[in-house]
Every structure is written in structure tokens, then in C-alpha cells.
Design a protein around this ligand. Structure first.
Ligand code: UDP
Length: 414
């Protein structure tokens, strides 16, 4: 395939070719076409960490792709003391609705850290054509770059549907000055005096978590955790968090198990450094008691390939959340051709179309019913899994995500 860029040169990079095989050539060709409108533009993304968390994952993959398309794109990270991260964690939690104090000293360290980072980044930021500021940590940077030339976009990755009012009022002062903002879901938007765009997150099909593994590696993963590949397997991957409802998963398994053979995996990490997580993990272990078919698996934070192996081995993926931002584990399972039984909340509603690629459920009873159905009807399970993969391919891959971002940039520059 050849794509003709401005100078009449025909090429397609190897990386984009690889994405093309998975995402479809059409998406890649529209990426090239959109990129022609943005040649010569300079873009900067700013967030607060290079490692860990969904934002860093997305940037790590998206920024090389933008550069491959000939759009000069930089990734800058603001740096601060521990006090800064404590203050911004408080903002983060308050935006998710927790009632937290934001003290004068928090405010001071928040502003001072942004001032120091602005000193360092000002030349780059002021001359950029587009600046994407991710989440609240670097939000004040715009007010500290008075000679900005380009368009600035605030990208909110947080479920800010019911924010703490005082914190939102403080943050809104900064965010209002931006040219646009992006939220993941309509429910998360706020009243702001500029255009708001809805762009859901995405997965990278070439990452360790999502590449196609060999059957041998999947077998080895199962062997490592004592899972029988000859018997049906249901998997839920998530932090041990009350809103992920692991106890509900076990309840539904117990109900369905009376009628159908199955093993169930609850895999996740984050419990070691999270007192709440450790307590939930304890409850889960108690609820599992000594049932050999309930596998509670603790994982380190970089267990991407293991998670891939477990999701790939599964017959059904569960994500029985009672609250959910987007639910990337749903996307990951669907990409691996699995039907997903998910809680009827947040971004799961955007992904699971009932009976087409999975089932949305409200209760453990509902989940048990769907487990039984999917285990009994292998052909339906397969068909729904195929629909699930296709749905992710069409809607939630990094390439589609990038295409929407480029479209937004073209719109804003006109
Ligand atoms: N994840 C992981 N290790 C774990 C638990 C989750 O790497 O122990 C990954 C999971 O594969 C997904 C992301 O972390 O990519 C979780 O995103 P999701 O939107 O499902 O939930 P969140 O944790 O953000 O509420």
C-alpha cells in the first residue's frame, strides 16, 4: 500500500504497517490523510508520570505514532516533590467525589511546582501549535505561559461526574482558559465555556498485554497457576477493589457452578501498598475458602504478559464492577475474542452490547444466569467473542483513538 504525502513521496512505515494489519488499512490511510493537514505543526503532551497508569500507557504508544506520521510531537512530564503528589492525589480523589480537604499548603505546593515546571517548559509550550495537558496535575501551566501561540486542550481521564465542588471550582479557573477539553464519557463532562470532546481510551494491540500469544505460552501460564485448559475458565482481572465486586464474582460462580463445570480466576495486584486492597484481598480469600476451582492470583504491577495469558486462556471474561471509569479490562478481553459479562455501569455500557458481544448485569444472580448460558452454548459464545473482537477493532484501538485526536486538532486549527 502506498500513501502519497505532500511532496509526492510514497511510503508507509513498518510500524504503521503492523498496526494496519490489525486495525485495518482504512484507519491507517485516514491517519496519513489527516496528518497531511498537520505537517509542520508542533505538538506537546504534558502529564505527570512516564511510568504506570493508563495515561502513560496511551502516551507511550501514541507519541511515536504521531512522529511516524510526520507530526513533531514531544512528551514532557512535570516533576515535583512528594508533597506535590500528595496534593494532586487529593485533587484526583476529590474529583472522583471523595470529600477531602484541600489545604492552603496543598494549594501552595501545587502552584509552586507548576511555576517551576513552567520556567523549564515555557519556550517549548509557548511556541507549540497544540498542547495537550493531561489531568489536573499540570493544569495551571496555561496560566503561566502568557505568550502562548497554539491551541491548548485539557484532557481529563478521570471520572469527574460528581466532583467535590470546592476542588472543581479551584480547578475550573484554570481549565476554563483552555481552547477545548476532552472527557472519556458524556457522564464525566462539566459545564465549561469551550468545546468539549468525548474520546474514549483505547488499547494498543501491539503491546505485551494484547499481542497474540502462542498456544504454548498460554498453556504455560495455565500450568503456572494450576489451571486445567481442558475445563471451562472464567477470568476477572482487576485491582482488589470493592467497586470491582470480586465477592459478587464468587457469589455468581457458586450459583452457576451447581449447573456447569468451571474454574474461576480473580487476578490482580496493588494490594501490597494499598491498605484497602489488602483488606479486600483477605475477604476474597475467605470467600473462596478452600474451593480448588477458585484461583485468587496476586500479580506484580508489570505482569502484562501473564494477564495476557490468563485473558487468552479464558472462555469468558468477567468485569462485574459496580462503578467503572472505562474498564480497559473489558476491552482487553474483547480484543482476545472473548464474550464479557460486565457490570451495567460507566464505560462498560459503551463497550458491551447485550447479547451481541457479551452481557451487562446488575446482580450476582444475573451474572450466574449469563455464565450458565454462555457455558452451555459454545457456538453463541464463539460468535459473541468474534463480535467482541470486531467491536474493539472498530472502536477502541489506539489507531482509531489517534484518528479522532487528529480530527480534533484539524478542527481546532481552522
Ligand atoms: N491491570 C494490571 N494489573 C492488575 C490489575 C489491572 O496491569 O493487577 C491492568 C488491566 O489489565 C488494565 C488496567 O490495569 O489494563 C486497569 O484498567 P481498568 O480501566 O480496567 O480499571 P482501573 O484499574 O483503571 O479502575
Amino acid at each position: 500500500i502506498a500513501f502519497v504525502l505532500g511532496g509526492g513521496e510514497s511510503f508507509m512505515t513498518q510500524l504503521l504497517q503492523n498496526y494496519g494489519v490489525l486495525a485495518g488499512e482504512q484507519v491507517i490511510s485516514s491517519l496519513y490523510r489527516f496528518a497531511t493537514f498537520l505537517q509542520g505543526k508542533k505538538v506537546v503532551h504534558v502529564n505527570s508520570t512516564r511510568e504506570g497508569g493508563g495515561v502513560a500507557e496511551i502516551l507511550r504508544c501514541m507519541i511515536p505514532l504521531m512522529n511516524e506520521l510526520g507530526i513533531e510531537t514531544h512528551w514532557e512530564v512535570i516533576v515535583g516533590s512528594e508533597a506535590f503528589y500528595t496534593a494532586t492525589k487529593s485533587i484526583h480523589n476529590a474529583l472522583q467525589g471523595k470529600d477531602l480537604p484541600f489545604t492552603e499548603s496543598y494549594h501552595e505546593v501545587y502552584m509552586e511546582t507548576n511555576r517551576l515546571n513552567a520556567e523549564r517548559l515555557r519556550p517549548l509550550l509557548e511556541e507549540a501549535d497544540f498542547v495537550f495537558i493531561h489531568d489536573p496535575q499540570p493544569a495551571p501551566l496555561l496560566s503561566l505561559c502568557p505568550n502562548r501561540k497554539g491551541k491548548w486542550i485539557w484532557r481529563c481521564h478521570i471520572d469527574a461526574s460528581v466532583p467535590n465542588r470546592n476542588i472543581w471550582r479551584m480547578l475550573r479557573r484554570f481549565v476554563s482558559e483552555y481552547d477545548a477539553s476532552i472527557f472519556s464519557l458524556a457522564d464525566f463532562t462539566q459545564r465549561l465555556p469551550h468545546p468539549q470532546y468525548l474520546i474514549p481510551p483505547s488499547i494498543d494491540p501491539l503491546s505485551e498485554k494484547n499481542i497474540v500469544l502462542s498456544e504454548r505460552e498460554i498453556d504455560e501460564t495455565c500450568l503456572r497457576f494450576n489451571l486445567d485448559r481442558e475445563r471451562p475458565l472464567v477470568v476477572q482481572v482487576s485491582r482488589f477493589d470493592v467497586f470491582k465486586d470480586p465477592i459478587g464474582v464468587i457469589k455468581s460462580y457458586r450459583m452457576a457452578r451447581k449447573h456447569a463445570d468451571m474454574q474461576i480466576v480473580l487476578a490482580g495486584g496493588g494490594a501490597a501498598d494499598d491498605p484497602e486492597g489488602a483488606a479486600i484481598l483477605e475477604q476474597v480469600k475467605n470467600a473462596a475458602s478452600d474451593d480448588p476451582d477458585i484461583h485468587v492470583i496476586e500479580l506484580p504491577s508489570n505482569a502484562h504478559r501473564t494477564i495476557n495469558g490468563l485473558q487468552s486462556a479464558a472462555d469468558i471474561i468477567m468485569q462485574k464492577s459496580t462503578k467503572e471509569g472505562f474498564g480497559l479490562t473489558v476491552t482487553e478481553g474483547m480484543w482476545k475474542y472473548k464474550p464479557v459479562i460486565g457490570g451495567d455501569v460507566g464505560g462498560i455500557r459503551l463497550q458491551i452490547i447485550n447479547r451481541f458481544n457479551g452481557f451487562r448485569v446488575q446482580t450476582p444472580e444475573g451474572a450466574a444466569l449469563r455464565l450458565r448460558y454462555l457455558l452451555a452454548w459454545g457456538r453463541q459464545r464463539k460468535r459473541m467473542g468474534q463480535n467482541a473482537h470486531k467491536y474493539v477493532r472498530e472502536n477502541f484501538l489506539i489507531t482509531t483513538h489517534l484518528r479522532t485526536v487528529l480530527a480534533l486538532m484539524i478542527n481546532l486549527s481552522q
